[in-house]
Design a protein around this ligand. Sequence first.
Ligand code: GTP
Ligand code: SPV
Ligand code: MN
Length: 580
Amino acid sequence: MTSNEVLRQWVAEVGELTRPDRIHWCTGSTEENQQLIEAMLDSGAFLELNKKTHPACYLHRSDQDDVARVEHVTFICTSQRDDAGPNNHWMDPAAAKAKMNGLFEGCMQGRTLYVIPYCMGPIDSPLSRCGVEITDSPYVVVNMRMMTRMGSAALARIEREDGFVRGLHSIGELDPERRFIMHFPADRMIQSFGSGYGGNALLGKKCHALRIASAQARTEGWLAEHMLIVGIENPQGEIHYIAAAFPSACGKTNLAMLIPPAEYEGWKVWTVGDDICWMQPGEDGRLWAINPEAGFFGVAPGTSENTNPNALAMLNEDAIFTNVGVTADNQPWWEGKDDDVPVTDWKGKPFNAEVNPAAHPNSRFTVPMRRCPSYSEQAEAPRGVPISAIVFGGRRERLVPLLMESKSWQHGVLLGAAMASETTAAATGAVGVVRRDPMAMKPFCGYNFADYWQHWLSFTDRASQLPRIFHVNWFRKNDDGYFMWPGFGDNMRVLEWVIKRCKGEVDVCETAIGQLPLAADININGLDIDSVTLGTLLEVDASAWLDETGQIREYLGQYGDRLPHQLLAELDKVAVSLQA
Ligand code: GTP
Ligand code: SPV
Ligand code: MN
């Protein structure tokens, strides 16, 4: 068990409430993992995939009503409603606890209660934080083992230090009507009931590393963000680390492990993280970042030899696939995978394109980070990596240019706060609707966005060498509905400009909305793109932007008096400049 009295007591209490048949303390050992996998193969929760092509790979089919995050039943429970803000669903903590107690009562009868000690971030990093997830799902245990540093080493750290995040999870009956994801930032506690899927159930990820951590980071002076971390090494061996926030299913995994086009001989890309970034000012005045995760829980559809060969390579072994289709010879398959054909869809039915896609649009793979060919050893560095640039981006068919740089840190915070993106299948609800998703944190900020922006603005006083801030959009479409920018590996061309700006090597074109690149400074050698298209990707339509500015003002208006004045002042400057 454990020498940590608080932990021992909490597990005992949860045991009394949920009444499992047995309690298992996870060590994270290979044998333990193997036993869990075998039990899931027996129960049918796991299906073994083709042993030759995909050794140690398994398919899990989730419940058909449990396929994505559920934002409408995700709550931030603070004693004051305003502390959760208009960006969150709120419930009174006492009411939420009473509701959850009712659901958890006796829910683990006939099941095993697993205690999962985990560490978010390298075990020996001062930036890392620990948690313990209690769950009745063996699927959650094997996923947490890939996604976090889980087991004995984490428990040892929990026993050495004060305080850990408590996460209680049960799949319940997987009834969408009895499904709630509750967060209690003041208690550093999470309670999740009724879902076994991704961010709803792997509590180290969005619940801990973003919602609870963002609130904790505010009080402790750091940032917990929905960002990838990528290192770009030039032929001279210099590495610049970039952190980028794009909303769910908008390209973080892909950018984090891109393979540069042929024109970039001698350049290397290093993957530090693909989803979450914790950043803290270092003694040198720069922001230093760690990836709190140890694995990828990535979107399967669209992953191919053309788009993301690194991802494809890492998925050959030791991976879990959730809700993908399978081929006749039992290989995983999803839309966009250009080889072979599926015979069975994600529901386990014969594939029929007219009924549904082979893979669910939010089907995912889980795989340890180390399997990625571009994995950076710096992902284990206790002090993290220094960030040269922060990039915001969204999925916008129109209006938003391929690339721009903010005029200042404050203007950069406005660029982040004003982000909008088309919704995706990563959460339940409508897909393709443009919504505001500030800093890609709309579903993940554990407190009032107004206070969060104020916290971002405060970094001018906390760090003397802040990263430059940029905004990108890979998803602009032409009138025929095709993407205008090739994206994927060719996004390297955009990152090259970003790095040149960091080094002061290129000029900009000042516009009302930000500093845009000169078309001639974007390397399009070897690219099938004409100058008209590139011009459109870099144009600023002043009247459309005035309209956008109005919408941003209206959105920010919701935050009332709590909204930092600096942010409105930045917006006013943009509007005035657009009118001129
Ligand atoms: P989460 O894991 O949900 O946070 O998502 P993510 O931001 O890591 O998104 P991911 O990289 O998995 O990409 C989601 C989808 O967008 C996939 O289907 C990709 O193929 C597609 N995508 C990624 N990058 C690009 C790009 O540069 N251009 C285009 N057109 N599509 C892209
Ligand atoms: C996202 O939705 O942003 C994800 C997947 O990264 S999940 O873990 O389900 O949140
Ligand atoms: Mn994500």
